[in-house]
Design a protein around this ligand. Sequence first.
Ligand SMILES: [Zn+2]
Length: 350
Amino acid sequence: MPTVTPRKLKRWLVRAAIAVGAVALVGSVALTWLWHDRASLDAIDWPRYPQIAPYPGAVRVTWLGVATLLFDDGETQILIDGFFSRPSLTDLVFGRRVDSDTATINYVLDAYRIRRLAAIIPVHSHFDHAMDIGAIANRTDAVILGSATTANIARGAGVPEDQIVVVDDRSEYSFGQFTVTMIHSAHAPVGWGGSVPYAGTIDEPLTTPAPVSAWREGRSYSIVIAHPQGTTLVQGSAGYLEGALDGVQADVVMLDVQMLEGLGRKYAERYWQAVVTTTGADHVLLIHFDDLTQPFGKIMLLPRAIENLVDVAGWLEEFRDSWDTDTRLHLPEFGKQIVLYPQAKAQPET
Ligand SMILES: [Zn+2]
């Protein structure tokens, strides 16, 4: 048996340290490259949403990243989701405790003239949808509409009870000329083995700061926002329940596509049929396609290694060509208000 002298041992240890260092270096270079390898939105050459100048009383919508959407008819504003604070990748990976960012929320409320907000309605209660709902409600008179889990997020933020409404499935809620209906849906099964990440409910008021895992899904909804000028369906997670939208008609669908590529083409086609074909929408606007770890206002696609939206866009074109040839596909532009129902001006209500 060879003798291990202290000198030999030292040499082996140095070699081992160099090998571990080299592997770590190569690994981190590879990870950095994978993280930065992203498709450009310009690679998807879909037509812009029909552009007309906003006219008094027109229903407008502004996409504010992920699935946050501001609806406004000039009298009443409705906010779907409330996610402006945007925890970083490091916050997510290390489970650091996060909270609403006061400066960002004040900036958004001012910059987007959110002054007539009647309701804040998260599609479900994960942090990337519901993190800031309480902080927004506390700066406005808006009610928060959602599941019992959503209500506990609001309570944890100190929102008064008279600004919290736990919804009944398929009941109608009126705000000015808007009528909102929440339909029980499913979250996209994007966790390990087809599970839903951070599933479950929040049964006590949620105190913050808390790690993002504390924002549990609660119940996921399809949200129908009807107005005399037209109807929009917001599908804020790429999940569906078979038959849940039977009988629902929509002019526009806001279609969540996050992680659709990983769920596969077959799944994506069934999702399209359940949400777009069933409702007969003329226009589909994609939402939840941007990297949610970027700061508010910075729109960037996810790394190709996680999801390549260009491939997903190709699938959606094929589904449209197979099932819904009159439907047009669009990408929203961040922070840019669009008139949702341009045809309403041509044929005013009598
Ligand atoms: Zn979610």
